[in-house]
Design a protein around this ligand. Structure first.
Ligand SMILES: [Zn+2]
Length: 101
């Protein structure tokens, strides 16, 4: 699906319909490599044998392939007040691209 670069949407801060610049939202992965719990888990996973609860894989690493497609999320930024918000579709799609002009 092709997304236009600008959209005319309602801005809750301005209270009216204004021009918004559109970009694709991309989640930033959480990295806590030096957190205490993370260091402890790494230390206890070393060596041989069963490590009890440290033998388990974190939920974020367990991959499930129930769904192939993703729902896209857009970031809308108001051109008048500069506030931004997210807009998600209710539909799944294979590809989400910005329209080239
Ligand atoms: Zn606004």
């Amino acid at each position: 699906m092709l997304i236009p670069k600008t959209m005319r949407k309602y801005c809750p801060h301005c209270g009216t319909y204004t021009e918004h610049s559109v970009s694709l939202y991309k989640a930033i992965p959480k990295r806590r490599a030096l957190a205490k719990g993370q260091r402890r888990a790494e230390r206890r996973r070393k060596g041989h044998g069963n490590k009890g609860r440290y033998s388990k894989k974190p939920i974020t690493q367990i991959k499930t392939h129930a769904k192939v497609t993703k729902t896209g999320v857009l970031t809308l930024k108001c051109r008048q007040c500069g506030k931004s918000r997210h807009l998600s579709f209710g539909k799944r799609m294979n590809k989400l691209e910005m329209k080239r002009e």
